[in-house]
Each structure stands twice: as structure tokens, then as C-alpha cells.
Write a protein that binds this ligand. Structure first.
Ligand SMILES: NC(=O)c1ccc[n+]([C@@H]2O[C@H](COP(=O)([O-])OP(=O)(O)OC[C@H]3O[C@@H](n4cnc5c(N)ncnc54)[C@H](OP(=O)(O)O)[C@@H]3O)[C@@H](O)[C@H]2O)c1
Length: 300
């Protein structure tokens, strides 16, 4: 299969590349697939014509995995038009192209489509109600995809993504923890951290699965994060514990730490559907955090 992955330089795009490169070397099933990773320079999702040109100039794909997105949650409050173009209009255009090409589409979305007011883990059928621009643009992207491709597509909502690549909470905490004696971290937002390598593994597992390969399957939403739930404060404490960083962490409320974009209070998601349908095994967030930290230590 010819598989296109957008967002080549993002956390998830790079995590998929890492696994595909290792698997190809070890001939672990991926060698029958031809992965094409594309960055913004070649496929700019903020430009309708760039998207058109890219696909006009390419051979058809069997699968498109859309890992690219406008992910700057706070900046999106100011750059609404750009966030909407990348997270909604470009998704709509990509979906039309996927449908025309008879390609399957895997699109990544977010827990921030929910308002966070539920006291129970969110299921795929719970009603979204985003409370910031980023969440709203991701939700309109989801809806556009579902309207255009009622079959042959998958939306995976994930949360609190971190990795050894790019900017993320874990890397920020490691830097600040080494610079400072004391830090204040929000303790009233609950969620599930997700190691991008685990999500990348799950996506590659799905592609290998017979259920995914069958034609005419109804388009579905799936939730995926690591198991377990924490506040950002507890997450920071664990990062410092693993790395033996001597930095005091003070719990604060969201009110004491205002940000341009409002954040949902609780976005824990139920993952039974992806586990059952694709037989995905999900690691606990603590063991995945340890795995990521081990890789940090191996880096020169
Ligand atoms: N990060 C999280 O905590 C989180 C949480 C929930 C869901 N998600 C979702 O998970 C997916 C992957 O997130 P991630 O953390 O891997 O994101 P990321 O590290 O921010 O990477 C996003 C990628 O999108 C690319 N991109 C942005 N604007 C673009 C444009 N106009 N044209 C082409 N490419 C563009 C970026 O390109 P450049 O490298 O050139 O900037 C980057 O490679 C996204 O759909 C995101 O919404 C993320």
C-alpha cells in the first residue's frame, strides 16, 4: 500500500517514521507498505492551491494519515482563521481527495472537542462541546470528514501528546525543573497523557488489521490515550521523580494560572472501542513516560 503521512516533522509524524524505519530494517511487516512522509514545505494545509497541486502531482495513495494540524491552543484564539483553515477546511479538502482517490483516511483529533464538565470518562458517542478555538476547529474538521466520507475513514481522538520530538509538556518541565527551584503547575485539569510512540504503534496496528482493510466500513471515531488519569501537577511531579530533579512543584488552580484559551476540566476518555475493534493494547501512562525518558537519556 502507498501510505501518505502528513505532518512529517510533528510529534506524531516523527514517531510513525521512527517505527516504520526500525520495522523496515527488521523486516517487521511494514516492508510491504510504501510510506511517504510529507512536510509543510511540500503540502501546505493553509493553502487550498498547495493541497491541490500536491495531489495533482502525486500518484494515488491507498491510505492517508493526517497527523498535521494547527496545534497552538493559545495562539489559535488570535489566529482563528488560520486554525480553521488547517484544522477544518484543509481536512475537508483532504477528505474529498481521499474519497476521489478511493483512499482510506485516518485523521487525528483531540479530547479538546469536549467541554470537560463530565465526571465520567468520555465515550465516542458523547456530545462534543468545545470551549476554545482549537477545539472548535478540530470538531468542525471531524464533522466535515464524516459528512464527506461516511465510509472508509477513521477519526482518532487523542490527548496530552508528548514525545522525544518537538515541544511538549514533558520537555518544558524538564527544562524548567533544571532551571528553577520551584514551579507552579495546574492541579484542576484532569486528563490522560499519551506517548506519541504508543499512538503511532496503534495507528500502524490498525493499518495492518483486516477490519481496516475491508472496503465500505462505516466511518468511526475512536478514543486513544495511555491508561490512567492525572492532573498536570501530578504529571509534572512524576517527571521530576523519574529524572530525580530537585524542584518543588506547587499545585495551583486554572484561575491562578490564566491562559488565552480556556482548557476543559476533565477530558479522560474511554478507550474500550479501539481496544475491542482493533485488539490494541494500551500501556499505562507511567510506564510509557518511563519509556520516553529512557530514550531522552540515550540521546547524546
Ligand atoms: N499535542 C497534543 O497534546 C495533542 C493533543 C490532542 C490531540 N492532538 C492532535 O494530534 C495530532 C498530532 O499532534 P502533534 O502533537 O504531533 O502536533 P505537532 O507536533 O504540533 O505537529 C503538527 C504538525 O502539523 C504541521 N502543520 C501545521 N500547520 C501546517 C500547515 N499549514 N501545513 C502543513 N503542515 C502543517 C506542523 O508542521 P511544522 O513542523 O512545519 O510546524 C507539524 O509537523 C494533531 O491532529 C493534533 O491536533 C495533539
Amino acid at each position: 500500500m502507498r501510505i501518505l503521512v502528513t505532518g512529517k516533522n510533528g510529534q506524531l509524524g516523527r514517531s510513525i517514521q521512527k517505527i516504520v524505519n526500525t520495522d523496515t530494517k527488521t523486516d517487521n511487516n511494514q516492508s510491504t507498505n510504501d510510506f511517504i512522509f510529507v512536510a509543510r514545505e511540500e503540502l501546505d494545509l493553509s493553502s487550498e492551491s498547495s493541497i491541490g497541486h500536491y495531489f495533482d502531482d502525486s500518484d494515488r495513495f491507498d491510505v492517508i494519515i493526517n497527523c498535521a494540524a494547527y496545534t497552538a491552543v493559545d495562539k489559535a484564539e488570535e489566529e482563528q482563521e488560520l486554525a480553521n483553515q488547517v484544522n477544518h477546511l484543509a481536512v475537508k479538502q483532504l477528505t474529498k481527495i481521499a474519497k476521489d482517490q478511493k483512499a482510506k483516511l485516518i485523521h487525528i483529533s483531540t479530547d479538546y472537542v469536549f467541554d470537560g464538565e463530565s465526571d465520567k470518562p468520555y465515550t465516542e458517542t458523547d456530545t462534543p462541546n468545545p470551549i476554545n478555538v482549537y477545539g472548535r476547529t478540530k470538531l468542525t474538521g471531524e464533522k466535515a470528514l464524516q459528512a464527506i466520507m461516511p465510509i472508509n475513514a477513521i477519526i482518532i481522538r487523542t490527548s496530552w501528546l508528548y514525545s522525544e520530538y518537538g515541544n511538549n509538556f514533558v520537555k518544558t518541565m524538564l527544562r524548567l525543573g533544571r532551571e528553577r527551584d520551584e514551579l507552579s503547575v495546574v492541579n484542576d485539569q484532569m486528563g490522560s497523557p499519551t506517548y506519541a510512540t504508543d499512538l503511532a504503534d496503534a495507528i500502524l496496528e490498525i493499518i495492518r488489521h483486516n477490519k481496516f482493510r475491508e472496503e465500505g466500513q462505516m466511518t468511526q471515531i475512536y478514543h486513544y490515550s495511555n491508561e490512567g488519569e492525572v492532573s498536570w501537577y501530578e504529571f509534572a511531579k512524576e517527571i521530576f521523580k523519574i529524572e530525580k530533579i530537585d524542584c518543588e512543584v506547587n499545585p495551583v488552580t486554572s484561575q491562578q494560572y490564566p491562559t488565552p484559551a480556556k482548557r476543559p476540566r476533565n477530558t479522560i476518555m474511554k478507550k474500550d472501542k479501539i481496544v475491542t475493534v482493533f485488539n490494541i493494547k494500551i500501556s499505562n501512562w507511567e510506564s510509557s513516560l518511563n519509556a520516553c525518558m529512557t530514550i531522552f537519556k540515550q540521546k547524546p
